[in-house]
Design a protein around this ligand. Structure first.
Ligand code: PEP
Ligand code: MN
Length: 343
């Protein structure tokens, strides 16, 4: 349930409502917008009477929230959230591009990719150091050594960094080296990992699970925020359908649906969703056109010899061409992005 206060409600009136709720053992989430204050109630609502609340001064109306996710719910927090990541951010008004290899392979490889993606307008370097591979015999990642290479690439280029984590140990290592952690599709409902990510305090990129509904995805985000970490960004990366021509099916409708349901930023990964470098540019442009807050794109210095996801990785040239082509889409949708002048 949320309580929408009148625009003219004063601090004491808001405080009185909050006290009533807290006195009944429930907790409160305050969203102070430019016009009105919204008081979200978290906990067992049967302990309080909404009728009693309507008589409090300054209360405009009481709206039930039927969804099980509250803190990620746009009803609780109508203003869109901007998430800071190192020296950049993800949210309204800007298009944030994360780019880099699927896996960190060597220090030289990562450094070269970092320099090139920065030139083309990326502000966040991605690179997997812990790889959740389908086969246990595939390359599993360099682990902490890979994180150190990420940190060095950040020092050299000024790019912010993101790395996927798959365990509590990986989170403990990641907090020392990178600016943002990623929970991958295969771990979206690993609730223990979600709670650990929440406790880490680092911004979290939460990818949509391969078979997850929007509701399940938002509940997964709720697990992170409920631990006191509100810095969550959602990433649509394709879902599994009967179609086999692409690796997954990119559900771009998730972007406007999420926009309605949550205040959290939403980005799109056209690489894992299509599985082929050929389809990445079209879907990246479509994602910007439908108002995604950012993109995550795999880029490799030598896709033919990549240790993972080579077929979907863009070369430097293809990535540079794509980011140049994104500019008009940003203009139409009203987002700033200038590849030649990135932070
Ligand atoms: C990745 O980003 O490298 C990755 C493994 O993505 P996903 O979890 O979307 O498959
Ligand atoms: Mn990959």
């Amino acid at each position: 349930m949320i309580i929408v206060m009148k625009p003219q409600a004063v601090r004491e009136e808001i405080g009185a409502v909050v006290k009533y709720i807290e006195d009944h053992g429930l907790s409160v989430h305050l969203s102070q917008g430019e016009e009105v204050t919204i008081i979200g109630i978290i906990g067992d609502k049967s302990k309080i009477s909404s009728e009693n609340l309507t008589v409090y001064k300054g209360v405009d109306r009481i709206v039930p929230v039927t969804e099980s996710y509250k803190l990620s719910n746009r009803k609780f927090h109508p203003e869109p959230t901007t998430v800071s990541v190192g020296n950049t951010s993800i949210g309204p008004g800007i298009l944030t591009i994360m780019a880099g290899p699927c896996a960190v392979e060597t220090e030289e490889q990562l450094m070269e990719i970092a320099i090139q993606v920065k030139k083309s307008g990326a502000t966040i370097l991605r690179g997997g150091a812990y790889k959740p591979r389908t086969s246990p015999y595939s390359f599993q990642g360099l682990e902490e050594e890979g994180l150190r290479f990420m940190q060095n690439a950040k020092k050299e280029t000024g790019l912010s960094t993101i790395c996927e984590v798959v365990s509590r140990e990986a989170i403990e290592a990641a907090v020392k080296y990178v600016d943002m952690i990623q929970i991958g599709a295969r771990n979206m409902q690993n609730f223990i990992l979600l709670k650990e990510a929440g406790r880490s305090g680092l911004p979290v990129l939460l990818k949509r699970g391969l078979c997850a509904t929007i509701d399940e995805w938002l509940n997964a985000a709720e697990y992170i925020i409920a631990e006191g970490n509100p810095h969550v960004v959602l990433c649509e990366r394709g879902i599994r359908t009967y179609e086999t021509a692409t690796r997954n099916t990119l559900d771009l409708s998730a972007v406007p649906v999420m926009r309605e349901k949550t205040h959290l930023p939403v980005i799109v990964d056209p690489s894992h969703s299509t599985g082929s470098y050929k389809y990445v540019p079209a879907m990246a442009k479509a994602a910007v056109a439908c108002d995604a807050d950012g993109l995550m794109i795999e880029v490799h210095n030598d896709p033919a010899h990549a240790l993972s996801d080579g077929p979907q990785s863009l070369t430097f040239e293809k990535f540079a061409k794509l980011t140049g082509e994104l500019k008009p889409f940003c203009d139409v949708i009203g987002r700033s992005f200038n590849p030649a002048d990135s932070h």
